[in-house]
Design a protein around this ligand. Structure first.
Ligand code: FES
Length: 107
C-alpha cells in the first residue's frame, strides 16, 4: 500500500443497478439508504436505516425517512432528524469509482 492508496474501498452497488434514490442497500445484513445529494459524481451518501433512538428500521415516507416505532423523522440527504433536534442517522460519503458506488473502509 502506498501514499496514494492509503484507504481501501468497498463496492456497495453498481451504478447501473440503482435506478432511483433513495435506494435501499444491505451491507453485511445492515440496512442503508443510498441517497443522491448533488448532481456531480461526488454527490452521494450512505445513510443508515437504523434509528438512533432504539434501533427501529427507518422507512422512506414521501420526502422523509420515518421510524415507525416512535415516529422520529429524518432528512434523507443529511441524516439529521427533522423533529428531534441533535439526533441523526449515521452517514458516510460515497464515491463513484469505475462504475460502482464505493465507501472507504479502515483497511
Ligand atoms: S426507535 Fe426509532 S423513534 Fe424510537
Amino acid at each position: 500500500m502506498n501514499d496514494h492508496d492509503e484507504h481501501a474501498y468497498r463496492i456497495i452497488a453498481s451504478v447501473d443497478e440503482i435506478t432511483s434514490f433513495p435506494a435501499t442497500i444491505t451491507i453485511d445484513r445492515d440496512p442503508f439508504f443510498l441517497v443522491q445529494t448533488g448532481e456531480d459524481a461526488e454527490g452521494y451518501r450512505l445513510v443508515s436505516a437504523i434509528c438512533p433512538h432504539a434501533g427501529g428500521l427507518v422507512r422512506q415516507h414521501e420526502n422523509e425517512l420515518i421510524c415507525p416505532l416512535h415516529f422520529w423523522a429524518f432528512d434523507p440527504l443529511t441524516g439529521e432528524s427533522t423533529n428531534v433536534p441533535g439526533e441523526r442517522l449515521e452517514c458516510q460519503p460515497v464515491e463513484v469509482r469505475d462504475g460502482h458506488y464505493t465507501i472507504r473502509t479502515n483497511a
